[in-house]
Design a protein around this ligand. Structure first.
Ligand SMILES: NC(=O)c1ccc[n+]([C@@H]2O[C@H](COP(=O)([O-])OP(=O)(O)OC[C@H]3O[C@@H](n4cnc5c(N)ncnc54)[C@H](OP(=O)(O)O)[C@@H]3O)[C@@H](O)[C@H]2O)c1
Length: 324
């Protein structure tokens, strides 16, 4: 099997990796398009990891161009990233072109570098989609997520605002981010979402029930913070990495690629959104989209992680600031 870090171009090829894995193009129908299973997470088009205008904005534009050249065909952002900065860079590079799927999110506040909030007032959502259209320089945004469901407003009004914008042709498809299982049932009464995006990785598995529900209904799931070790302590990260290394070596891949492919094994329509400024990481993550693991390997990975940490307690989002 070719090492996954070398990438694999889309096409009809399907190589048997042997010993529990296959490498070959894997695509998912999402928001009316056929996309790779790893999306480009556009937080790092800002100065930091989601805040501020970069000193050299051309570097951000070049980063996005190189991601698209590598085959990323789903760009995932949010109005709160920057705020507005990530969308503006995407607007500069992609604009109104159809060559990639552009998704953004509305419904969160970002008043300072360290503060986040939720605001689901339907008029605010309408306004933010219009602002996003301007920054993204698009006539229509392919996919708009409700970034968080705001308990202060009826869900029907929050989704209703996005439905109205879809009726006007300004939004292509509607997704939801981080619903609880109960909220997702409420969503289904109002709208069949094109996709659900929530945190999910080898350790943080609390959205497993949601993934099962989506799998049963044939609705795609996008995992954010999908990489090995996200949100765990350095010692847990090192222990998981050590545990998975023999499997990765046997399959000719990396432990990070295994962590992405493990997510793809949870639900046939699952994707992962990953951000990076490192061209080698970008290429490796894109290539991991085409790695499929057999059930036995998926179980081996789960057991390896369970052997070194308690997934119900090891994840802490406060540790997710650039922990790897
Ligand atoms: N729906 C939501 O509420 C929500 C919340 C958070 C994030 N998101 C989405 O997720 C996207 C990405 O989030 P994020 O950038 O915060 O986190 P991330 O993609 O999970 O992680 C990015 C970090 O991982 C590193 N990395 C990437 N690939 C690697 C590899 N192969 N090996 C080792 N390290 C690697 C990057 O460093 P290098 O630059 O050195 O590669 C960077 O430090 C965002 O753009 C957003 O679209 C959504």
């Amino acid at each position: 099997m070719p090492p996954i870090t070398q990438g694999s171009a889309p096409g009809p090829r399907k190589d048997t990796a042997g010993d529990g894995a296959t490498v070959g193009p894997q695509r998912v129908e999402l928001a009316g398009r056929n996309v790779s299973r790893v999306a480009f997470g556009a937080a790092r088009l800002t100065a930091g990891d989601g805040w501020g205008v970069p000193e050299d904005i051309s570097a951000s534009r070049n980063l996005l161009r190189s991601a698209i050249d590598l085959g990323y065909d789903y760009i995932d952002t949010a109005d709160s990233l920057g705020p507005g900065v990530s969308e503006a860079v995407i607007g500069d590079v992609v604009g109104n072109s159809d060559r990639v799927l552009v998704a953004t999110k509305v419904g969160m506040l970002r008043p300072s570098a360290t503060r986040w909030g939720v605001l689901g007032h339907p008029d605010y959502l309408r306004q933010q989609v219009r602002n996003s259209l301007l920054r993204l320089r698009r006539d229509r945004i392919d996919l708009v997520y409700l970034h968080r469901i705001d308990p202060a407003y009826p869900l029907a009004d929050q989704l209703g605002a996005l439905q109205e914008l879809r009726d006007e042709g300004l939004v292509g498809h509607i997704g939801v981010s981080e619903p609880t299982p109960a909220q997702l049932e409420e969503v289904f009464d109002i709208e069949t979402p094109a996709v659900v995006q929530s945190v999910y990785n080898l350790v943080e598995r609390r959205n497993g029930e949601i993934i099962t529900t989506l799998g049963d209904r044939g609705i795609p799931f996008v995992a954010y913070w999908p990489l090995l070790g996200r949100g765990v302590s350095r010692s847990v990260y090192d222990a998981i990495h050590r545990q998975l290394r023999p499997t990765a070596q046997r399959l000719g891949t990396t432990t990070h690629a295994l962590s992405l492919a493990w997510i793809f094994g949870r639900h046939p329509l699952s994707l992962a959104v990953v951000g990076s400024r490192d061209p080698r990481h970008l290429a490796a993550n894109r290539a991991a989209a085409d790695l499929t693991l057999d059930d036995a390997v998926l179980d081996e990975i789960t057991a390896a992680v369970d052997a070194v940490c308690d997934p119900s307690t090891a994840f802490n989002p406060a540790r997710s600031k650039d922990d790897k």
